[in-house]
Design a protein around this ligand. Sequence first.
Ligand code: NAD
Length: 441
Amino acid sequence: MLDKLLNKIEKNEYRVGIVGLGYVGLPLMWTFHVKGVPVLGFDIDEKKVNCINEGIPYIKHLGEDMMQKLAGSSMCDATTDFSRLNEADAILMCVPTPLDHHREPDMTYVENTTKTVSKHLRKGHLVILESTTYPGTTEELIIPILEKESGMKAGKDFYVAYSPEREDPGNENFNTAAIPKVVGGHGEEALKLARAVYDTAIVETVPVSDTKTAEAVKLTENIFRSVNIALVNELKVVYEAMGIDVHEVLDAADTKPFGFMKFTPGPGLGGHCIPIDPFYLTWKAREVEKYTRFIELAGEVNTTMPQYVVDRTLKALNSRKKAINGSSILLIGLAYKPNVDDDRESPTYKLMDLFDGYGAEVSYYDPYVPVIKPSREHGHWAGKKSIGWNKTTIQDFDAVLISTNHSNINYGELADWADLIIDTRNAMNGITSDRNKIWKA
Ligand SMILES: NC(=O)c1ccc[n+]([C@@H]2O[C@H](COP(=O)([O-])OP(=O)(O)OC[C@H]3O[C@@H](n4cnc5c(N)ncnc54)[C@H](O)[C@@H]3O)[C@@H](O)[C@H]2O)c1
């Protein structure tokens, strides 16, 4: 059974099924497709499936060309019909892993997907979980579900592996194919098969001893980012009080050729990963009576950043004899990071809520997010539209706050048009140093 599947994979005569066609699953689909591997995509969201089959982009930074090529290809198909899972030889699950209202892992998407997969599981299938999750998920959650429904045994009748997704949306230097893939198998045979699958499309695989090690690798990477971002955010506040520019400090420190890695402060943490993933470990650590103090502390520092930014805005307005209450404030950048349309967990929403609570009139500009979509967290802003980019509109705001530094924004025009700019991203560096106009925050 192993040799048969391995042979198929090595000859590119196998089919990949990708479940969950979002920020991770869609580029993964493309990655296999360009290497000539037939791909079948699955999603419960009919709109996304139709977009793939009709060539309509739904993730802005991935572009139209890719979508049209996927739609025009006979080797690629997307469907909401999960009975077609049996057409795939390897099933890759890329579904969301958010936190629930108590900031604990919400595994419902992973559980539901695994239940669906289990109904269509056949002998020789390889199932790989790619979603970010706590160590132990594959062994303790995925395998029992797959075995229960199918009546088959993992490692004997079918194979299971875990390989975390390291996709960095919008990163022009590293696309999915160029990022080495960490792989942990439930047994040596599963590892061998999973590595063979990724070897057909991705630059390198990095094998680790088991699935829980692979799960821990992903969390470690994101905890590392969260803690280091908290560190520079804390330094920003301290240096600001001392009249020192944290960005100048970090740029100079970054000239050290060893022992330093630059992280950049900002208005808070955003995105589907860094504010969330570390707490998967916090939750799991309780089971072994261990405490993740670095994670908690980093979370605390990063969570206070929006309030710090609001306090700086208050001071900036005060210097103009204005109060936040009644002021018109424009936030630039709703996406959580530059050059993408992903606004999940964006700190800009937190800023909007805080300003709104202080009685300011809040507007935003974001060329990537023309209108705010309905969501559980930010439903009260749904339907609000980005303002247009023109002098007449922008010069009327009492303050403009740069929350996300998209590279297609004309910061020179902003410097000319706006009266007061609160810059949380050092975006105005080199554009103007007018200390009266630019407040770093
Ligand atoms: N976005 C990133 O930059 C990134 C990077 C690395 C890892 N990850 C991880 O990858 C996973 C997926 O993240 P994402 O950003 O792609 O999420 P996403 O929300 O963009 O996409 C997930 C997709 O899964 C679909 N889905 C949900 N339940 C389903 C089900 N039962 N069956 C089929 N499809 C279902 C949704 O409709 C959606 O299209 C998460 O665990 C995330 O932490 C994300």
